[in-house]
Write a protein that binds this ligand. Structure first.
Ligand SMILES: Nc1ncnc2c1ncn2[C@@H]1O[C@H](COP(=O)(O)OP(=O)(O)OP(=O)(O)O)[C@@H](O)[C@H]1O
Ligand SMILES: [Mg+2]
Length: 335
């Protein structure tokens, strides 16, 4: 099956200029450094990695909020820089983002009704006030804010973090998007409410066939999302994907040392398994500066399995090691 993906990233690079040093020389943060992936219709790509590895930058670039330094973003197979006006509008409407912080995502001076009406009006999805009211009511109930009448005329500060994030999700879904970039949608929410938001996203996918780029630094959340939704998991380290493959296979058979480290840190509910699990120790806990990343394999400064005469010098390529499962690591090439 070779259906054209909703979104494809091809060798995406995003370098941010930052002035540094006594001579005012411009240095670049290579926030994203050659990332490629495809998200099919209704598919899920879960992007996981530590803080600063470039996840948000990937999400914003896909959404069109940041221009890539190089590489391509294809929307239904067409470079977003070459879309006709009509196609561009379809792209802007079709790819929505849910940001990490539900506290700053909503205008504090507007009611929930106003906040949810705006995109409906903008995209001409409801015209009369009655239509708007019906649609906003429907959206609120869809995201579990029931009865909607309790929320319509409230202001964001009157809602909890979890409720606000539901409003943000309702706003994203209101325009019938094809892809939602969910950037750490649960990080700022009370722990007890997190599963609810993940289940809501998965439920919306079930109903509407929405595809997701799900971004998280938490492999526990990645595992939950992937276990219920499937799709692919991509593990990022300092601007690069170091491992990508079917979610289930990444979790059951992680191949890259970094993926193994991240997974070994995730608590398992079963104490029997938990006892047997040996945590993998990193050589260094510090994440290297993206302004001055290590040579060769960027993970070599922390990798417990380093090949001293190779890893610091040669950058490993992504290689298919299992069906549809790619890993960039010299250890695997050695086998
Ligand atoms: N506008 C910018 N100007 C300069 N540097 C930036 C800019 N945006 C991001 N960066 C840098 O790019 C790198 C990647 O940032 P990004 O926010 O994409 O990471 P992230 O994986 O989303 O991290 P987090 O888990 O903290 O959200 C970081 O080193 C960050 O400091
Ligand atoms: Mg981020």
């Amino acid at each position: 099956m070779s259906e054209t993906p909703v979104i494809e990233a091809k060798d995406l690079k995003v370098y941010f200029p930052v002035r540094k040093g006594i001579f005012g020389k411009t240095l670049y943060v290579k926030a994203v450094d050659g990332v490629s992936f495809k998200i099919p219709r209704g598919g899920i790509l879960t992007l996981v990695g530590e803080s600063g590895c470039g996840k948000t930058t990937v999400g914003k670039t896909i959404t069109g909020l940041i221009k890539p330094t190089s590489g391509q973003i294809l929307f239904h197979g067409k470079d977003i820089r070459k879309l006709t006006k009509e196609e561009y509008l379809r792209y802007r409407r079709g790819v929505q983002i849910v940001h990490q912080d539900p506290y700053s995502a909503l205008n504090p001076t507007k009611t929930i009704f106003h906040i949810l009406s705006s995109p409906l009006k903008r995209w001409k999805l409801a015209k009369t006030r009655k239509e708007l009211l019906d649609k906003v009511t429907y959206l609120l109930e869809l995201v579990g804010l029931k009865p909607a009448s309790d929320f319509l005329y409230k202001y964001p500060h009157q809602l909890s973090g979890g409720q606000r994030q539901r409003v943000v999700v309702a706003r994203a879904i209101s325009v019938n998007p094809e892809l939602i970039v969910a950037d750490e949608p649960i990080t700022m929410i009370d722990v007890s409410l997190r599963i609810g938001i993940l289940d809501l996203l998965l439920d919306l996918r079930q109903r509407f066939g929405t595809a997701y780029l799900f971004i998280t630094h938490d492999f526990g959340a990645a595992r939950y999302f992937a276990a219920k939704g499937g799709g692919l998991i991509a593990v990022m380290y300092l601007g690069k994907i170091v491992e990508i493959g079917p979610a289930e296979d990444i979790i059951q058979n992680p191949q890259h040392p970094y993926t193994k480290v991240l997974l070994s840190a995730v608590p398992v509910p079963d104490p029997e398994i938990s006892r047997k699990k040996k945590p993998i120790k990193l050589r260094s806990l510090d994440i290297p500066s993206p302004l001055n990343p290590p040579s060769g394999c960027k993970f070599h400064t922390r990798c417990p399995f380093i090949i001293e005469d190779k890893c610091p010098y040669q950058e490993p390529e992504l290689v298919e090691v299992r069906p549809n499962h790619y890993v960039a690591c010299h250890l695997l090439a050695k086998k």
